[in-house]
Design a protein around this ligand. Structure first.
Ligand SMILES: [Zn+2]
Length: 126
């Protein structure tokens, strides 16, 4: 009697549940193509990707690169995301804001420089 109860319990435990085993859920997850589910700025649309990135560039009139920036978050032991501007990586928003403030300052100064230079040029009828 007791042997039959154990046998019935074993039989029940071995029957399919219709659900994936919890340890298999990650590896059998279905990914659909589309926007990255982790970083909204990631431009990789490959389903299930682990390395995230995006790149933005300012191009000159001849197509050469004036300035580039973007983000990366690579899989592996150091998965800290970075935002880069040219060759410098920043690992927090405050550092990026400090760098972009300097760039804005420079661009504002370039605008003022252009106004002076072309104004002086016209003023002296050169
Ligand atoms: Zn991504």
């Amino acid at each position: 009697m007791r042997a039959n109860t154990v046998k019935a319990a074993m039989f029940g435990a071995l029957q399919p549940t219709g659900r994936p085993h919890p340890l298999l859920t990650e590896s059998t997850r279905e990914y659909t193509a589309g926007p990255c589910p982790v970083y909204r700025d990631c431009t990789d649309t490959e389903p299930g990707h682990y390395d995230h990135f995006s790149h933005i560039k300012v191009l000159d009139t001849d197509g050469s690169e004036v300035l580039d920036a973007g983000m990366t978050a690579l899989s592996g032991t150091d998965n800290q995301p970075v935002v880069y501007i040219r060759n410098t990586d920043y690992d927090d928003a405050a550092s990026v804001h400090a760098a972009t403030a300097k760039l804005r300052q420079l661009l504002d100064e370039v605008d003022r420089l252009a106004d002076r230079v072309f104004s002086d040029h016209e003023k002296h009828d050169l």
